[in-house]
Ligand binder design. Sequence first.
Ligand SMILES: *Cc1c(COP(=O)(O)O)cnc(C)c1O
Length: 464
Amino acid sequence: MTATLTGSNDAWRARSLRAVWHPCTQMKAHGAPDGPQADSTPLIAIASAEGPWLVDVEGRRYLDGISSWWTNLFGHGHPAIRSALVDQLSRLDHTMLAGLTHAPVVELSERLAALTGLGHAFYASDGASATEIALKMSAHYWRNAGKPGKNRFVALQGGYHGETAGALGVTDIAIFREAYAPLVRLSTTVASPDARGARGGESAADVAHRAARDLGAWLAEHHEETAAFIVEPLVQCATGMAMHDPAYLREARALCSAFGVHLVVDEIAVGFGRTGTMFAHQQAGIRPDFICLSKGLTGGTLPLAAVLTTDAVYDAFYDDDAARGFLHSHSYTGNPLACRAALATLDIFERENVLAVNVERAGMVDGFLAPLHAHERVRNARRLGMIWAWDIVGAPANFARRYARHALDRGLLLRPIGATLYAMPPYVLEDDTARHLADGALAALEATLAEAEPSLFDDEKALP
Ligand SMILES: *Cc1c(COP(=O)(O)O)cnc(C)c1O
C-alpha cells in the first residue's frame, strides 16, 4: 500500500492518530481517532509543499511561517536542491563513513571549514546528537589532556540544546526536562543575557555585561570541574525568541579563555543566515571552540548535523592509542544524500547573495508587520535578521494553542511559544506572501483575544 496525495483530512487524521506517535504532542489533545477533530489542536494532513506553502490533502494552503520547525531556508521543493538529490541518488545513496569516504562529505567538510574557520567536521543526523557530540568531545579532550575532572558543563537559563538524555542536561526548559530529571546529569545554569531583563535605564549591552558577570563568578569557582560552556548565540529560540547583545558572546569568549573552558556555540537554529549573518556568533567577532549545526544545514530537506572544532581539540585525540580517539558513531554519519543537499544549500547562498537580499526582504516584511508591532497588546516587538517575535500581554489561557488554530483558519502555520508569538519564515517571501503572513498573524491575534477574557497568567505549558 502506498500513500496517496488525496483523501479526506479526517481519514488521514484517524489513521495517523492510530499509527503515529507525534513529536512534542499530548496525543489526547488531538481528540479520539474516530471522534471529531479537536477544535483547539487540529491535526492537518499535508500532501505536498512548494515554496513557502504547505498544501493539505483537501487542497487548502498554509504559509509555513515557522519554516517547519526552523529547518527550511529557501522554500519547499527548491529545484536546485531537488536536482542535486536526484543526481546523488543515481550515484551513491549511502555508505558507512568508517573506513570509507565520498565526495559529498569531503566537499561539505571543506566548505564548512572555509565558512567557519573551524574544521574536522563530525556528522550526525539531528541537532540533539550534535550537542551530545560537542559535549562528549569537550570532556574527552580534557581527559586526553590529563584533566579528567573537567567533565561538567554550564549553560544559560532558558537554554535549549535538544532532548536526548545528554542534551537535556544542558537544556533548561522545564516541560521538556521535568519527567526525565532522574535520568539526566543536570548542568548548572547561569543568568540569561535576554535583553528583556533590562532594569531601569539599562541597555541590552548592560544586561549582557551583568549576565557575563554571573558566568564569570561561576567559572571562577568551578572551572576546574568544567569542560565547556554552551550557548545559543544571539537568540535563545525555544524559550521564546529571547535575544541578546553580541557583547555577551565577546565577554563569554574572554571568560572561557581565561578559565580554560571550551565555548560551544549551538547554531542549530540560528545558523545559515537566520540572524542576518551566516552564523550568529560572527556578529560578535569571536571564534568558538565548537560549533553545532543542523536544521537549515540541508535547506530543510534531510536530517543532518555537524560539529566543527579547533585543531587543538582534534590534535588531542590524534594518537597511536585507539582509546584516545573519538569513537562515537551513528549508522548514517555523513549520509551522502544529506551532504549533497547541504552542498546545494551552500551553493544557493553563494549564487543568490542571500544574506544581502535578506536585508531588503526583512525590511519589506517589516513594512507589512507594522500594525502588529504597534498592537496595543504587544510588548517587546523585536527582530533579528529573519526572526520576528512579539510578547502578548494579558494573553488568555492556552493562548498558543488557540492562536495556532486561528492562524491555520487563515492559511498560516504559526505556533506561539507560551505568550510569545513569533515568525521565522523561509527566505522566499515576496510582497504577496509577506502580506498574507502579516495580515493573517494580526487577524489571528485579534480572533484569539476576542475569544477569551484575558487572564493574569498563562496556564498553558506551551509546546513549540
Ligand atoms: C532544535 C534545536 C536543537 C535540537 O535539534 P533536533 O534536531 O531537534 O534534535 C538543539 N539546539 C537548538 C538551539 C535547537 O533549536
